[in-house]
Each structure stands twice: as structure tokens, then as C-alpha cells.
Design a protein around this ligand. Structure first.
Ligand code: ZN
Length: 207
């Protein structure tokens, strides 16, 4: 359940401070800085800050975003889970995203590659025919490994789910594979808007 974050302000801040200097904090900020949200007594009309509350009113997460009412978009999302693996966090977040997609023109959020939440985001944008933009090696973690910065977007009107044939990418995206024959085909930019030579649907290259 989502309730105003101000009701759990201290717990949210403390909960996040426990994750300072960890990868979880890096997934939140997209850099090596520590961060806690500025939870306001009475947020402005464009700011939304929620505590995600599970059974027995226990704090399990924090969700925030901004709305640009003129552009009709939700953006600048922040999500933090205090109870790893609790499916109630995802349920509340995806219900809220669904509500926003149904009422606004567009919804956009970012994630750092390697964040376990990305699997859920990938499924979600697939369902809503959204886009995933990948900025390669944008972030470097404390062990020296690079992570991609991922931007997800769902735009109303772009939301017609096309009947596509999914060809899996192979050899680091150099080839894509016909799922019917398992035959590889080189993955050129010109392969966009090309139709599957087995089933006739438009080819969609997937990871
Ligand atoms: Zn096909």
C-alpha cells in the first residue's frame, strides 16, 4: 500500500542510511554519492512521495516521482526497497506506473544496469510497448566495474502492441536468430522494419 512518505520520514531516511556505501545506494543514485530524499511536510502539486507499506504497516519501500502537468509526463522516479524480494514492493510500484500511463502522456524512469529491478522493468515496458535506451558504461561501481545507464519510457499512442516475431540477438548482437529455424542472420541496422521470412511478422530483435 502507498501512503504519504511524510508519515514514515524518519524510518525512510534511517532505512536508506543503512545502505550508504553499498551497491544498492549506487543503484539509487547512479553514482558513488550517498543520498537521502528530502521528504517534505507538504509536497507541491508536482511532487509525489510515498512510503510503501506492507503487512502490519511495516515500511518496505519508498517511491517518489515528479509530474510535469503541462507536458503530461511523470519523471524523476526514485524507488528504494527496504525488504529485498518482497513482491508487495513491485506490486505497488507497477500498479502506480499503470495508473500513470493511463492518465498521462508519457512516463519515464532510469535504472542502473545490474539492478535486480531491471528484470521487472524490462517485462513491464514490453507489455506497454515502451522503449529502453541504453547509455553504455555510464557508471563505475566501487569495484571498478562499469554499468550501463538505462532510460525506460512509455508513451501513450505508441502503445499499440505490434504483432512481432522476436529474433534473439547472438554473439554480442552481431547476429540475430530466426526462432523458427534457429538460423543466424547478421544484425544490420537495415534489419529494422524487415519481416520474418518464416512467419511473415515484423522482426523484433531482442536480447
Ligand atoms: Zn517469425
Amino acid at each position: 500500500m502507498l501512503v504519504p512518505a511524510i508519515l514514515y520520514k524518519e524510518e525512510i531516511i534511517k532505512g536508506m542510511q543503512k545502505y550508504f556505501y553499498t551497491d544498492d545506494m549506487m543503484f539509487e543514485t547512479g553514482c558513488m554519492d550517498n543520498w537521502t530524499p528530502n521528504i517534505t511536510e507538504c509536497p507541491e502539486g508536482s511532487q509525489f512521495q510515498y512510503a510503501i507499506v506492507g503487512n502490519n504497516e511495516k515500511l518496505i519501500g519508498y517511491l517518489a516521482y515528479a509530474v510535469d502537468w503541462y507536458a503530461s509526463k511523470a519523471y524523476n522516479f526514485g524507488l528504494f526497497s527496504f525488504d529485498r524480494g518482497n513482491p508487495l514492493v513491485g506490486k505497488d510500484v507497477f500498479n502506480k506506473l499503470e495508473e500513470l500511463i493511463n492518465t498521462l502522456h508519457r512516463v519515464e524512469w532510469r535504472a542502473v544496469d545490474g539492478n535486480p529491478a531491471c528484470r521487472g522493468y524490462d517485462r513491464f515496458i514490453k507489455r506497454y510497448n515502451g522503449n529502453k535506451h541504453i547509455l553504455k558504461d555510464c557508471i563505475k561501481d566501487k569495484n571498478g566495474n562499469y554499468h550501463d545507464d538505462i532510460i525506460y519510457e512509455i508513451v501513450k499512442g505508441g502503445g499499440v502492441i505490434e504483432d512481432v516475431c522476436e529474433w534473439k540477438s547472438a554473439h554480442n548482437g552481431e547476429f540475430i536468430k530466426n526462432p523458427h529455424t534457429n538460423r543466424l542472420c547478421s544484425n544490420e541496422p537495415s534489419m529494422k522494419n524487415v519481416y520474418c521470412n518464416t512467419c511473415g511478422k515484423k522482426i523484433k530483435a531482442v536480447e
